[in-house]
Write a protein that binds this ligand. Structure first.
Ligand SMILES: Cc1cc2nc3c(=O)[nH]c(=O)nc-3n(C[C@H](O)[C@H](O)[C@H](O)COP(=O)(O)OP(=O)(O)OC[C@H]3O[C@@H](n4cnc5c(N)ncnc54)[C@H](O)[C@@H]3O)c2cc1C
Ligand SMILES: NC(=O)c1ccc[n+]([C@@H]2O[C@H](COP(=O)([O-])OP(=O)(O)OC[C@H]3O[C@@H](n4cnc5c(N)ncnc54)[C@H](OP(=O)(O)O)[C@@H]3O)[C@@H](O)[C@H]2O)c1
Length: 497
């Protein structure tokens, strides 16, 4: 491992906050900077009251819809402000609350002010304060987008690579974009993965979008049910966004009933029947030119039966700043849904000075902490264990690809109930090891019994079983509390993340 003294972090969300804390606590690095394209830290949790508007591209992937900007030939320079869509607004809606119990969601050294589930401004304020209480707010370089990352190869084997970052700061006062470059020994990608919306490819959808341009939106633009007063709405998807939005529309006194919901598979919160006022539909097969929507079971909704279609079909990770040509490879394999060569979802095998925080779908903020401490310790040369060899890291990846293919699970999903989260966090915990005796470095947190109990038993929504549980099986038995639900021995404990 080359000597690393300067580190750039991309993104000032929860991942960037955790990474900054872990790096500065090592008291080893000369420079740590956190580049954030927004005007403040908070990441996903910043609420944009004016929702983003963007073109929907059915089947479009980030390299089509979020391409790199043209970088000025000579730097530094200033240019007219960028007008290309960069998807920097967030999907947070007006009454979004968290869905992970706060004891498990908050970073280990500072709790949310209350819980178990909190409105969106609590994590936003928490992340901002987290930077400050750890003395890291001075590391923030705001309104600054990392537009390019190019490797600077120092030797033939690439063992001493450094990184050149091309940066663009929007100067609102002067109405210009400032461009410049900086070099770093290492880079942490903490840029999140819920920015670039995904809309599946459906026969006839491009024509429908053209003919009825205001009828189809993505859940990223959803803010409040009041905007749909008097409308007949079809929600596509039933994961966290689809479920929450359908629930809000259903409870709104002004949205027309029935609300339709197109489902690909059953979600954890659904029983045998939809609640009153909601009609379930299968996936959409086709949009006809007369505006009729045809579902996989042959049923249809005519043009005058639906006013708005909300695609709650998720997001794709996007790395437009990664200079594929200069760096020799792509970062993300979209057909397979995985980052190339990301050992333990954190360490980039062929680029050991590139780190990832926040990529896997697991115990969010808390897992970012384990990843960050492991990276900081490794890069300060104080890790308790070395990383396995590059060949062993590749073997891990090959085995995981094969195991996930067999189980039909996604590469970066890490389950709780199977013990996988425990194994994953334990690995990072052991790799990082203890801080120095004088307190230099962060201690990887414990996951105590209370936290584990909260993960397994406290839910935002009741779990609706499709069939009654067998006699004597208390799995899923529930008690409604004030704004949350207590479940007993519930399975799929983190599947809502
Ligand atoms: C609607 C919604 C609800 C959610 N609810 C929950 C919940 O209840 N509980 C939970 O635990 N998790 C929830 N999540 C997941 C949530 O994203 C994570 O909890 C967490 O906030 C992710 O943090 P992050 O720092 O990895 O990414 P983000 O919060 O996305 O932060 C990444 C940051 O990087 C910046 N950035 C990106 N590209 C660049 C660039 N090129 N240059 C500079 N800056 C850049 C972005 O502007 C952003 O600020 C939710 C996600 C969504 C979309
Ligand atoms: N705090 C909260 O309450 C809250 C609210 C919203 C979002 N979130 C978080 O935000 C993140 C993103 O969640 P998300 O719900 O936006 O995305 P997501 O979890 O990726 O879900 C995408 C959904 O789209 C469905 N889908 C895809 N193609 C479809 C098609 N052709 N027809 C019908 N359905 C289709 C998927 O179904 P299949 O899975 O069956 O393919 C899935 O239900 C998650 O971390 C989530 O926890 C949290």
């Amino acid at each position: 491992m080359p000597t690393i003294k300067t580190v750039a972090i991309i993104g000032a969300g929860a991942s960037g906050a955790a990474a900054a804390s872990a790096l500065t606590a090592e008291k080893f690095f000369d420079v740590v900077k956190v580049f954030e394209r927004r005007e403040e830290p908070g990441g996903t949790w910043i609420y944009d009251a004016i929702p983003p508007t963007f073109d929907l591209v059915p089947g479009g992937l980030p390299y089509d819809i979020d391409p790199p900007l043209d970088i000025p030939k000579t730097l530094p320079t200033s240019t007219a402000p960028n007008t290309q869509e960069r998807f920097s607004k967030t999907p947070v809606y007006s009454n979004l609350t968290t869905n992970v119990p706060e004891i498990a969601m908050s970073l280990s050294d500072t709790r949310f002010p209350y819980g178990p589930f909190v409105p969106h401004w609590i994590p936003k304020n928490y992340i901002r304060e987290y930077f400050s209480i750890h003395g890291n707010d001075s590391l923030l370089v705001l309104n600054t987008t990392v537009e390019d990352i190019t490797v600077i190869r120092q030797d033939a084997h690439g063992a001493h690579n450094r990184w050149r970052l091309t940066l663009r700061k929007h100067d609102r006062a002067r109405g210009v974009d400032e461009w410049w470059q900086e070099e770093f020994d290492a880079v942490i990608l903490a840029n999140g993965h819920y920015s670039v919306p995904f809309v599946p490819s459906v026969t006839g959808l491009p024509g429908y979008l053209k003919k009825f341009p205001d009828r189809v939106v993505h859940s990223k633009s959803y803010r409040t049910p009041e905007l749909y007063a008097g409308k007949r709405v079809l929600v596509i998807g039933n994961s966290a966004s689809g479920h929450d939005i359908a629930d809000q529309l259903l409870k709104s006194p002004t949205v027309q009933h029935p609300v339709y919901q197109s489902r690909h598979s059953r979600s954890l919160w659904e029983g045998d029947e939809p609640p009153e006022g909601l009609v379930w539909k299968p996936v959409i097969d086709e949009y006809r030119t007369d505006g009729t929507i045809v579902f996989a079971d042959g049923s249809t909704l005519a043009l005058d039966e639906v006013d708005i279609v909300i695609y709650a079909t998720g997001y794709k990770p996007s790395y437009p700043f990664w200079n594929e040509a200069a760096n020799g490879r792509a970062l993300y394999n979209y057909p397979e849904g995985r980052f190339h060569g990301a050992y333990q979802h954190t360490f980039v095998t062929d680029y050991p000075t590139l780190g990832l925080v926040g990529l896997p779908r697991t115990l969010t903020f808390r897992s970012f902490e384990y990843q960050s401490i492991a990276l900081a310790r490794l890069w300060s040369g104080r890790a308790a264990q070395p990383l396995p060899t590059a060949a062993e890291q590749r073997l891990w990846e090959v085995q995981r690809i094969s195991e996930r293919r067999q189980s039909g699970k996604k590469f970066h999903d890490i389950e709780w109930d199977t013990g996988e989260t425990d194994a994953y966090l334990s690995y990072l915990y052991r790799l990082a090891g203890l801080p120095l005796l004088d307190g230099t470095g962060l201690t990887p947190p414990i996951l105590n019994a209370t936290t584990r109990w909260a993960i397994e038993n406290i839910r935002k929504y009741p779990i609706r079983r499709p069939t009654p549980p067998k006699q004597g099986d208390i799995s899923g038995a529930e008690t409604e509390e004030n704004g949350w639900v207590l479940v007993r021995n519930g399975k799929d404990s983190l599947s809502f993340i």
